[in-house]
Design a protein around this ligand. Structure first.
Ligand code: FES
Length: 126
């Protein structure tokens, strides 16, 4: 059983250009409404448990690379700590742009990874 930490580093045996589902965590590691940052081969993944469904996003904000893990999770929305862009955790859709000096700027959607759960294992396609 893995421990309840907020960050994990994984090293995987990848073959260049091949997509596959890889185990990144266990369901016991994330309580409902919590998030975890997982480093998978130099790529940071934000994993979120929302009503016991799991969602994985690229942890780097598509605006200027802020760590979404360090942001606020509110009702299925993650708010970037740098300029407060808001993203739907389930789809990655940008809901509010970056706020700089009272002006909102458009921001791309966050990249999401397909997730599946097998038993107590959480896997993402990467
Ligand atoms: S880096 Fe995330 S909103 Fe600017």
């Amino acid at each position: 059983m893995m421990s309840l930490t907020t960050e994990t580093t994984l090293t995987l045996d990848f073959k260049e250009g091949i997509m596959k589902f890889v185990k990144i965590a266990q369901t016991t590691e994330l309580m409902e409404g919590t998030k975890k940052k997982i480093l998978v081969e130099n790529r940071e993944i934000l994993l979120v448990n929302l009503k016991n469904s799991y969602y994985a996003l690229d942890n780097k904000c598509p605006h200027l690379g802020g760590s979404l893990f360090d942001g606020t999770l509110e009702s299925g929305t993650i708010i970037c700590p740098r300029h407060h862009s808001q993203f739907d955790v389930t789809t990655g859709k940008n809901l509010e742009g970056a706020k700089i000096l009272f002006v909102r700027f458009p921001v791309k959607d966050a990249h999401v990874f397909p997730v599946k759960v097998e038993g107590s294992d959480i896997l993402i396609e990467i």
